[in-house]
Design a protein around this ligand. Structure first.
Ligand code: 6R9
Length: 691
């Protein structure tokens, strides 16, 4: 029963010929037919792959579900543990709110350190001289690299500085850095001494940074003076100054702000400075010893906090712990990207998001991989930049987001075909559903129809991949994230929380825990339970809709809550609304997502102005500006729709369903408007639609 979704494929023939034949046999004629648009890995690819057939996947998957302890302890044994976990209890969990507090633990009692496993362990096994990080600056001629040994030295120097400045195990450190090597260095240095890092994406505004400072009360702040994104210089230190000032006015004073001089973006002399609080990284860190003992921590000690958007205005501090996260990110990275020692891996995500935690930093380094970090934007100096970087470093695995694929697709094939790209062997996608047309372009044009695409579905909360192709195992369907990773039991439930089988669609939940699962929301376990475990008792609820086709493939259909996915970034409608209503002339705001050609979803805001205030272009601009300055540029509304009033039920609830239809101009599909307090509002809104 627990293996229901693979049951139909469980009676496997053995010794079949090529993967194509094998798949046709296993999956039946229907699947092999044209209308399903199956894309097969080549025989050569499958032959060399870690998981090279559906059969092999199914065997491993079955074991991972039937014997999670055996499955995960075999894998965990390949890592360094100062002391093994309690052998009788590899995990314990309660996902059912009706049976008490939700709790998840993996490898409890095991003592380890993730930084040690990323660096020291790889050096001890002979990889000290292997390149750990290639760094590509914004300008094509600016670059650098660090071997594993050099990276360890850098990490130890910073770890020693942190210790010397009173940072201890369990203390929080906020990191507000762009994609320079100091970002993963800082994450690893925190992990080395058992401090909890909280990376804030360096595109967030001072206000957002301030909110996070208030919530997690960091011992120290680590930033740099500025960064170049394309031709723009962004003064990060100014943003940090404003955030820290506001925090101290509200009772939280951060006493130390370690600032890296990002010389290619801004000179020291041009940087604003607060004596007594600010210290230049270059003045102090290089003087510290390159040797730093590891702080051994329990598998369940916190590793990091990462804030993400939810349905309310207040961001959620997703908390991940050490042991399970380590095993899970390493294992998912290895199999979903069919990782080999010779690979050169580039993930375009920023370390400010979960993808940059699990699949720029921890997952790849745990595998001893060579990782490319890129500071700049993908279309600078022109739209061929990504492929120029791929050729320069001979990138073999390229992992990115559909929004980037779509924007490059729009710019034309010329920018792609100008470069060789022959080093590429695997492509990856994350952040939102990839539409089949973008999938095909990515596959045919970027990958020359040679590279399987791992369309990885997962979340900040899940820590690592949940539903993902294993590139050598399955034929792919463009736009489907395919099948669950080992140990993951996705279920689709209906409105009442009943599991539904076979071909179906509904709410995507997960039954049972997996090692990489988040353990709580920082400081708010109740919100953790309410948001994720109350809607469908007994399950983790992802917030996503999903359908499963007759062949068992999973198709993600987007968020079903009040979260908008803009260019792969999660933005809560409530966050944008509260920024908008903070504008003195805005009386009320309602925000919905609309389809957007490049960003996936765009932000569409209905605005009711304060009585007597006239609409104007200037006001529109200043409303957009208020969102940029309170959240960040990436959350700026694409469209402001003036609304004399908003459609509400008699109990005063805004009917977003109707607003979504108006926003997407599906006016014939407004549905039942009779429950509105004033149905006339709708006509008024339609009349103002394009004004
Ligand atoms: C890793 C990450 C999570 C939300 C998630 C879903 C969407 C991510 C996806 C995908 C379809 C994929 N999402 N990957 N939807 N196919 N391959 O993006 O984490 O920022 O927390 O966002 O992104 O809606 O719920 P996060």
């Amino acid at each position: 029963n627990r293996l229901r979704h693979v049951d139909s494929m469980a009676s496997l023939p053995s010794g079949a010929g090529s993967i194509r034949e094998l798949n046709a046999v296993i999956l039946g004629e229907s699947l092999a037919s044209e209308e399903n648009h199956l894309v097969f890995p080549s025989d050569d690819f499958s032959k060399q792959a870690l998981i090279s057939s559906p059969q092999q996947y199914l065997e491993m998957y079955k074991r991972s579900i039937e014997d999670p302890s055996g499955f995960w302890s075999d894998i965990a044994s390949n890592f360094y543990w100062k002391k093994k976990w309690d052998q009788n209890l590899i995990y314990s969990e309660n996902l059912d709110v009706t049976k008490g507090d939700v709790s998840i633990q993996w490898f409890k009692g095991g003592i380890t350190n993730i930084c040690y496993n990323c660096l020291d362990a790889n050096i001890e096994s002979g990889n000290g001289d292997k390149i750990a990080l290639y760094w590509q600056g914004n300008e094509p001629h600016v670059d650098g690299s660090l071997t594993y040994t050099q990276l360890l030295h850098r990490v130890c120097q910073l770890a020693n500085f942190l210790k010397d400045n009173g940072v201890q195990k369990g203390d929080t450190v906020i990191i507000y850095l762009p994609m320079i090597m100091e970002l993963p260095i800082t994450m690893l240095a925190c992990a080395r001494i058992g401090a909890v890092h909280s990376v804030v994406f360096a595109g967030y505004s001072a206000e957002s940074l301030h909110q996070r400072v208030m919530d997690c009360k960091p011992k120290i702040m680590i930033t740099c003076n500025a960064v170049m994104r394309g031709k723009k210089t962004i003064d990060l230190k100014n943003i940090v100054d404003a955030a820290l000032l506001e925090s101290s006015q509200n009772g939280i004073t951060v006493g130390l702000c370690l600032t890296f001089e990002n010389e290619s973006a801004m000179k020291k002399e041009a940087t604003k400075w607060e004596k007594g609080r600010d210290i230049w990284w270059q003045d102090v860190v290089p003087k510290c010893s390159t040797i730093c003992d590891v702080e051994w921590v329990d598998a369940e000690d916190p590793l990091f906090l990462l804030y993400t958007s939810g349905s309310t205005g207040k961001p959620k501090g997703v908390l991940h712990t050490t042991g399970g996260y380590m095993i899970y990110t390493a294992t998912t990275f290895k199999y979903a990207f069919d990782y080999k020692d010779s690979d050169i891996y580039w993930c375009t995500a920023d370390c400010g998001w979960i993808t940059g935690h699990s699949y720029v930093t921890y997952g790849p380094l745990l595998n001893g991989a060579t990782v490319v970090l890129y500071e700049g934007v993908p279309n600078y100096p022109d739209s061929g930049r990504c492929w120029e970087i791929v050729d320069k470093y001979k990138v073999t695995i390229f992992y990115t987001a559909p929004t980037l694929v779509r924007s490059l697709m729009r710019d034309g094939n010329e920018y792609v075909t100008r470069y060789s790209r022959k080093s590429l062997r695997i492509l990856g996608s994350v952040g939102e559903p990839i539409n089949p047309s973008a999938w095909r372009w990515f596959f045919n044009v970027v990958g020359d129809s040679r590279c399987p695409i791992s369309d990885t579905w997962w979340q900040t909360e899940t820590g690592g991949f949940m539903i993902t192709p294993l590139p050598g195992a399955w034929p792919q369907k463009p736009g489907s994230a395919t099948f669950p990773f080992f140990g993951v039991q996705p279920v689709i439930v209906d409105e009442k929380g009943n599991e539904i089988d076979g071909e179906c669609s509904g709410y995507l939940c997960v039954k049972s825990s997996w090692p990489g699962a988040f353990r709580t929301l920082y400081g708010d376990h109740e919100r953790y339970e309410t948001t994720y475990f109350k809607a469908f008792p007994g399950y983790y609820f992802s917030g996503d809709g999903c359908s499963r086709d007759k062949d068992g493939y999973h198709w993600l259909t987007g968020r079903v809550d009040d979260v908008i996915n803009v260019s792969g970034h999660r933005i809560g409608t409530a966050e944008v609304e509260s920024a908008l209503v903070s504008h003195p002339q805005c009386a009320e705001a309602a925000v919905v997502g609309v389809e957007h050609e490049v960003k996936g979803q765009g932000i569409y805001a209905f605005i009711t102005l304060v009585e007597g205030v006239p609409y104007s272009e200037d006001l529109r601009k200043s409303l957009v500006l208020v969102v940029r300055s309170q959240i960040g540029a990436f959350a700026a509304p694409d469209k402001i729709h003036w609304a004399p009033s908003l459609p509400k039920t008699r109990s005063g609830k805004i009917m977003r369903r109707i607003l979504r239809k108006i926003a997407s101009r599906q006016l014939e599909e407004l549905g039942d408007t009779s429950t509105l307090a004033d149905p006339g509002v709708v006509d008024q809104l339609i009349a103002l639609a394009d004004s």
